[in-house]
Write a protein of this length. Structure first.
Length: 461
């Protein structure tokens, strides 16, 4: 693939219906080839190259129990795979006890521990992580002493007010099941696991300058692949599907991936490369997720841009992406390309997120794009599946994507407009601020693009 100096400047988002050689896509056969071309571009410049499936994913039950008054069956399953089955991670699997036949399954990598599991050990992060500093200026090697020194210099926070009665941990299976009771009532199964079990989220580097995350989890088994952490987390979602396809409860045609923030980025990557996902719901994923690099960050008034991501978390992405930090217009892709790699897969996205732009929505993909404008009111899809916002998404997915009957969850499900406070990178959009519904086709301002098929769907809940 050519480097940044060999690529033309393209201030507008690259057309997903045009090959890199300028040829237009005019047939289904050409579209299939164009999708593969876009995947090659993403693997080179955006995500890094991921290894194929190991082909030997196995699951072993560690423990099981009935939770939520006996209405849900919980199992802790250890997945193993790779050379000698030496790699793997734990899954918390929740299935409605009254389920008959196969059911749709939500795959939900989380920031919290795997419910009922024992967290894998993690290396000490550099004290600079999460503070917006340049990751490449951090001293190399083990960070334990530096982190301890930084912690000693930080004033201790005030002691929390004692609770009258101790609460069970949030990772307790019973507590987790209660938080997602509505999901189970609707007949979904749920799989959860700690995202760092599929890649340690650290910007630390080894003494030779290599990224420290490559020395743990399953990365040592694949030294010839240049994948970043977002691709590694997405690869973990695919290994979950490998296992779920062997389970009697799981409908092979109804896998849904949900994630927030950096996990939303991983979910979006999984949707680009994993054909078995039916619905993908990345939320609050910002730059490197659904936000267009060309219109985000300082140049576009967005919250994060490419240069911000390359400064803070370059290891989440392909090593080839760094060269575009100051030359964004040379990118041969943008996040709309990620979604354009799929045909027939649906995406649910909270478009009130500030880093989603009109232009990105216009060019999202030539296949069916499903947006629920305003239904999420700038809240986070994926932080808790019991939230009304997530139920709106599930309501839509149930009926339109995977054939389950619609069920009214809350009044929010019929909010088909943007909230009054909503803005996009180019400034406030007046017709959105008047809280008027989107037109059924095209952009919020009523214009249309011939190569874009955007369906603005009203949730059936």
């Amino acid at each position: 693939m050519p480097g940044v100096a060999e690529l033309p400047a393209r201030p507008e988002l690259p057309d997903v219906m045009t090959f890199e050689n300028g040829e237009k896509v005019t047939s289904a056969a050409q579209w299939k080839k164009r999708r593969e071309e876009m995947r090659r571009i993403l693997a080179c410049y955006a995500t890094g190259l991921m290894p194929p499936s190991p082909g030997n994913v196995r699951g072993r039950d560690v423990k099981s129990a009935l939770v939520l008054g006996g209405s849900v069956r919980y199992r802790l399953v250890h997945l193993s795979f790779g050379p000698g089955s030496t790699y793997g991670f734990d899954l918390a699997v929740f299935v409605p006890a009254g389920a008959t036949g196969r059911v749709a399954t939500v795959i939900f990598p989380t920031f919290g521990p795997t419910p009922g599991g024992t967290p894998l050990t993690t290396m000490v992060r550099p004290p600079e992580q999460g503070k917006g500093l340049d990751a490449l200026t951090i001293p190399l090697g083990d960070q334990t002493a530096r982190a301890a020194e930084a912690a000693a210099a930080t004033p201790a926070p005030p002691a929390p007010t004692p609770l009258p009665m101790p609460r069970p941990p949030a990772s307790d299976p019973e507590t987790t099941a209660a938080a997602h009771a509505e999901l189970f009532r609707r007949g979904y199964a749920l799989v959860m696991y700690h995202y760092q079990d599929t890649g340690e989220d650290t910007i630390g580097r080894n003494t030779d300058g290599s990224w420290a995350f490559r020395s743990t989890r399953y990365y040592p088994a694949h030294p010839d692949y240049d994948w970043g952490l977002a691709a590694g987390w997405a690869w973990g979602i695919s290994r979950c599907i490998d296992y779920l396809e062997t389970q009697a409860f799981a409908d092979r045609g109804k896998f849904i991936a949900v994630g927030h923030s950096r996990i939303g980025k991983a979910v979006l990557v999984a949707g680009a490369f994993e054909e078995r996902l039916t619905v993908v719901a990345p939320a609050g994923s910002g730059a490197g997720g659904t936000g267009a690099y060309r219109f985000n960050g300082e140049r576009g008034g967005g919250r994060e841009g490419l240069s911000d991501m390359m400064r803070k978390y370059p290891n989440w992405f392909s090593p080839n992406l760094y060269q575009f930090a100051a030359q964004v217009d040379q990118l041969p892709f943008d996040p709309h390309t990620t979604r354009g790699t799929r045909s027939g897969q649906q995406y649910l996205q909270p478009p009130a997120w500030l880093d989603v732009t009109k232009s990105e929505t216009a060019h999202c993909a030539p296949h069916r794009i499903v947006l629920i404008p305003g239904a999420f009111a700038q809240r986070d899809l994926g932080t808790a599946c019991a939230d009304d916002d997530v139920q709106c998404a599930l309501c839509h997915a149930s009926h339109r994507s995977i054939g389950l009957p619609p069920t009214r969850i809350s009044s929010n499900c019929r909010r088909t407009w943007w909230p009054r406070s909503s803005t996009v990178n180019s400034g406030p959009v007046q017709d959105r601020r008047r809280a008027t519904p989107w037109p059924r086709r095209g952009l919020a301002d009523g214009s249309n693009r011939p190569s874009t098929k955007v369906v603005v769907a009203q949730a059936d809940g």
